[in-house]
Write a protein that binds this ligand. Structure first.
Ligand code: ADP
Length: 505
């Protein structure tokens, strides 16, 4: 249905390391699927290219089959065969590349974190472009994501455009500038790139001596560069850029921040099958029922049904403001509220530290820490909670504040990155009243968080009608992909128009 291409429809191909729900590690996966679906709905032909990981969720793919053709691609002086699989994920056509390389690059039982990630993804980027080149398709936009597929930008212009495969413009989205993909400069040659040409300060040279930086190549060699919120786009032009600020400033005319959307089909309290009771902004009875249900499930006892429930759902990594998360637990207890943390950490000592906190509160009726990844439980917590805390040190976009609002849980966030573009303080008179939707604080010390939490508690207990209206307003904000997808569409259209204009002169 979505494949009906209108006359101005573009042919857009995303090359990525993740896509929800088949191959998901984090927010990148949601963007590829969410943006792809929204662009398809707008009448564009959207295709996705992914590695064929052994650990993918195969049950999320329909019509998976291997193609007859085998694609030969270059790596480290040789040609290797790749099987190409096709299938449909969330209504989008996807190509899965399966290398026939002795290193079994995507046969590792995990997505990332291998010693040879640089090789694995430079191989994949080259093979993905080779597939598009050999298919003979006339593609308008090739959209690559994060350093893993940023190799595509220099590869396209240095190797493929010169072979007559030059219809496409390249878009690069960086989802987090903390991860840039660096390696000793000679490693860049594995995928066929010319190290001598690219190991220069204005091209792909890293600030660290003798190293090469792939995210930098994505910025320098793409027609469009984006990141995932307007405020983060400003922050990365200075310290937030982690060494890439000068490159971003140099290329600032093609660089913009677009706030991500959320999948409003998956995250919809009026249809969510994980909930005990569905509910909506005009019928908040169901929200109270979910709160009672979660309390029972987690053994949180309360004499008072309206005792405020504060939640936090997060990866437990330093970016998320771990000392403030811990402080929020104690402060909530002090203010007479209840707290639920759902989180897990890839870092063993952090996981252990929070297990210590969990033990300390084991017999407390008001505090629960659930230290694992649990999709179903996350839905129940969004629905049950009254407030949702996100005290990040930095946050490129952040999805949990948007999901929380859609479920009527009022966000309490630190003013950084995408949180600045989506949460506006209820008491800030410099902001139009209709935009004010939560509570924000600026500093990274405990005191600033404490007073913010106190303000929220004060409204909750002293002004219940005001609070209810705030909850209803938050639930009705449009966080869908519709508007962000239009912004990407405009960027694509003007890059394509520019290319056609240039071709005519
Ligand atoms: P990041 O991508 O930095 O992890 P985001 O806010 O962009 O942060 O996305 C986090 C997503 O992962 C949200 O959908 C959130 O609900 C989910 N999530 C995080 N931790 C957990 C967990 N322990 N269990 C279930 N879902 C989680």
């Amino acid at each position: 249905s979505g494949n009906s291409q209108c006359s101005s429809g573009l042919h857009i191909v995303h090359i990525a390391a993740e896509m929800a729900p088949v191959a998901k590690v984090g927010g990148l996966a949601d963007v590829v699927a969410g943006l792809g679906k929204a662009l398809q709905t707008k009448g564009h032909l959207v295709e996705i290219v992914l590695p064929k990981y052994d650990c993918m969720q195969l049950d999320q793919i329909t019509n998976l089959k291997v193609l007859d053709v085998v694609i030969q691609s270059y790596f480290d002086g040789n040609l290797f065969s790749n099987n190409v699989w096709t299938g449909t994920v969330e209504g989008l056509p996807v190509y899965f590349i399966e290398p026939q390389h002795p290193s079994k690059f995507f046969w590792r039982a995990q997505y990332y974190g291998e010693h040879d990630d640089f090789k694995r993804y430079s191989y994949f980027s080259r093979a993905a472009l080779e597939l598009l080149y050999q298919s003979g398709k006339k593609i308008d936009i090739i959209h690559c994501h994060d350093w893993q597929t940023a190799f595509v930008a220099p590869l396209y212009w240095d190797i493929y455009a010169t072979r007559g495969f030059s219809s496409a413009r390249i878009c690069f989205t960086c989802h987090n500038f903390e991860y840039q993909g660096t390696a000793p400069a000679p490693d860049l040659s594995y995928c066929g790139l010319d190290v001598e040409q690219l190991d220069r300060p204005d091209r792909m040279q890293d600030n660290a001596h003798g190293r090469i930086n792939v995210a930098k190549g994505g910025i320098v060699y793409s027609n469009i560069v984006t990141t995932v919120s307007p405020t983060y786009a400003l922050e990365v032009r200075s310290e937030g850029g982690r060494g890439l600020q000068d490159t971003l400033k140099m290329h600032s005319r093609k660089f913009v921040g677009i706030l991500n959307g959320i999948d409003t089909g998956t995250w919809n309290p009026s249809t969510d099958r994980f909930l005990a009771v569905q509910y909506s902004a005009t019928d908040l009875q169901g929200k109270a029922a979910n709160k009672a249900f979660l309390r029972k499930q987690l053994g949180l006892y309360s004499e008072d049904a309206s005792q405020p429930l504060v939640a936090c759902i997060t990866r437990l990594v330093p970016q998320k403001g771990l000392h403030l998360i811990r402080h929020a637990i104690y402060k909530t207890a002090e203010l007479g509220g209840q707290f639920v943390l759902l989180g897990s950490s890839p870092v063993p000592h952090i996981q252990r530290e929070f297990e210590g906190v969990a033990d300390q509160f084991q017999k407390n009726n008001n505090i629960r820490l659930i230290l694992k990844y649990d999709e179903a439980l996350s839905h129940c917590i969004y629905a049950a909670s009254d407030m949702f805390i996100i005290p990040s040190m930095f946050e490129p976009c952040g999805l949990t504040q948007m999901i929380a609002m859609r479920y009527g849980s009022v966000p309490i966030v630190r003013q950084t990155g995408g949180l600045c573009d989506s949460v506006f303080d209820f008491d800030d008179e410099t902001i139009p009243v209709e935009l004010r939707n939560g509570f924000t604080f600026a500093r990274t010390d405990e005191q600033d968080l404490s007073s913010c939490l106190e303000r929220a508690f004060s409204y909750y207990s002293r002004k219940p009608m005001v609070w209810k209206q705030l909850v209803q307003k938050d639930m009705q904000i449009d966080f869908s992909w519709d508007s962000p997808a239009s912004q990407y569409e405009n960027l694509y259209q003007s890059a394509v128009a520019q290319a056609r204009g240039a071709a005519q002169t």
